[in-house]
Design a binder for this molecule. Structure first.
Ligand code: GLU
Length: 420
């Protein structure tokens, strides 16, 4: 497979692992072992929605690797989600959990449905149908789902309820799902943790690159749980968010957008388009505005060889999973743009999921300041590990990050010996 053909999330994930295996001198059998998913499940859901008619919804669960612990990763609900996309994302989760040092493997689920086109009630019906269909693949020792694109805290609460009451009890024995509402054993700060983690890595990068956080001009693509939170948190440091886009369009203000007002506008109108505090621009042009930091925080493969040459940022902080294709990555390297790779940049979410998991296993309750302190410390430490390896090997951050993760998983496989 050539770099140019590697445009989808799965192809990007496979490309990155193959390159890492080559750099690390892994043999072909070990490469196959870390490349091939342990389990791929395809189910058909046929729930009756509130209009009394049933629908057909394909859904997927992939457990890529569980060497270091139960598979961990979110449930993506989008109309076009495919088994390949979920497989690629589950691979990313393996490297993300290994890199950030939590005792999990990598997994991911997909539900083929447009959440924006259904009522909350119908969404609950679909989430419950999904949970029943894949119940035997979920558990604290098997696969622990969480929110991802198109799913949220409320959905995780329904999964938790569906599982506990399938056995007739109010609670489960251990943690079956993370990202739950706090009232059902969720953890304070999980919702903001991915976006907050993105800001921690940008701050750490600024220290190394001798940039002042407060002087940054930041462009954010995607204004959901990752991009929206990252934007709101980074303006608190004094930085200016000068451009934001979402599915409805883009808005730009060179002096800095008022993010609180933009959030109000989005709540009222459903998107950033038409925001009075900025200038409407086409959605894709936000990727190409002059800025210091670009935060791609929407779907995968949004930076390809078609637009990588036009990006005017000096740093890219990958809030999304797999936003940069391998061909685009090479262009960014040639242009000396500093990239904070996804498995580092957006690992704050799964790290706080880990805190939720341990909290529930021990029937404990953590405070927000404990969560925040542990998240800050872990993101900073993981950034340092990656930066130091990148400096030592004179390699891009992406290579250093995946190489550290692959080495940890390989070490785990060898430590397990002849066991499966
Ligand atoms: N969906 C998030 C991710 O891609 C979080 C996964 C989790 O918390 O398990 O990292």
């Amino acid at each position: 497979m050539s770099k140019k053909q590697s445009n989808g999330i799965l192809q990007t994930a496979v490309w990155n692992v193959r390159q890492s295996a080559q750099r690390l001198g892994l043999d072909e059998r070990m490469l196959t072992r870390i490349l091939e998913p342990r389990e791929k499940i395809v189910v058909a859901l046929h729930p009756f929605l509130s209009d009394g008619k049933f629908v057909h919804i394909p859904a997927f669960v992939v457990r890529h690797n569980d060497t270091l612990g139960p598979a961990k990763g979110g449930i993506r609900m989008t109309p076009g989600v495919t088994l390949d996309e979920i497989t690629g994302l589950s691979m990313e989760m393996t490297w993300k959990t290994a890199l950030v040092g939590v005792p999990f493997g990598g997994g991911k689920s997909g539900i083929c449905c447009d959440p924006a086109a259904i009522t909350p009630h119908d969404k609950e019906i679909i989430i419950r149908a999904f949970t029943r269909a894949v119940r035997r693949h979920i558990g604290p020792e098997i696969y622990v789902p969480a929110p991802d694109m198109g799913t949220n805290e409320a959905d995780m609460g329904h999964i938790r309820d569906c599982i506990s009451y399938s056995g007739g009890t109010s609670i489960t024995d251990g943690c079956f799902v993370t990202g739950k509402p706090v009232v059902l054993g969720g953890i304070i700060g999980r919702r903001e943790s991915t976006g907050q983690g993105v800001v921690h890595t940008i701050a750490a990068a600024c220290e190394r690159l001798k940039l002042k956080l407060a002087d940054l001009r930041v462009a954010v693509q995607g204004f959901g749980n990752v991009g929206g939170v990252a934007a709101a948190r980074i303006v608190k440091t004094g930085a200016a968010v000068t451009a934001v886009s979402d599915i409805t369009g883009g808005t730009v203000k060179e002096k800095g957008l008022d993010i609180a007002k933009l959030q109000e506008h989005v709540r009222a109108s459903g998107g950033v388009k038409g925001f009075a505090g900025g200038r409407d621009v086409p959605r894709d042009s936000v990727m190409e505005v002059p800025c210091d930091v670009l935060v791609p925080a929407a779907g995968g493969s949004s930076i390809t060889e078609a637009n990588a040459g036009r990006i005017q940022a000096r740093m890219i902080a990958e809030g999304a999973n797999a936003p940069v294709t391998p061909a685009a990555d090479e262009i960014l390297q040639e242009r000396d743009i500093f990239v904070i790779p996804d498995i580092l940049c957006n690992a704050g979410g799964v790290f706080v999921s880990y805190l939720e998991y341990t909290q529930e296993m021990q029937r404990e309750q953590m405070t927000y300041s404990e969560v925040e302190a542990r998240l800050t410390e872990r993101m900073r430490k993981t950034f340092s590990d990656v930066y130091e390896r990148a400096q030592q090997k004179k390699s891009p951050m992406r290579w250093a990050a995946i190489d550290i993760a692959v080495l940890r998983v390989v070490e785990g496989i060898l430590a397990r010996g002849l066991l499966p």
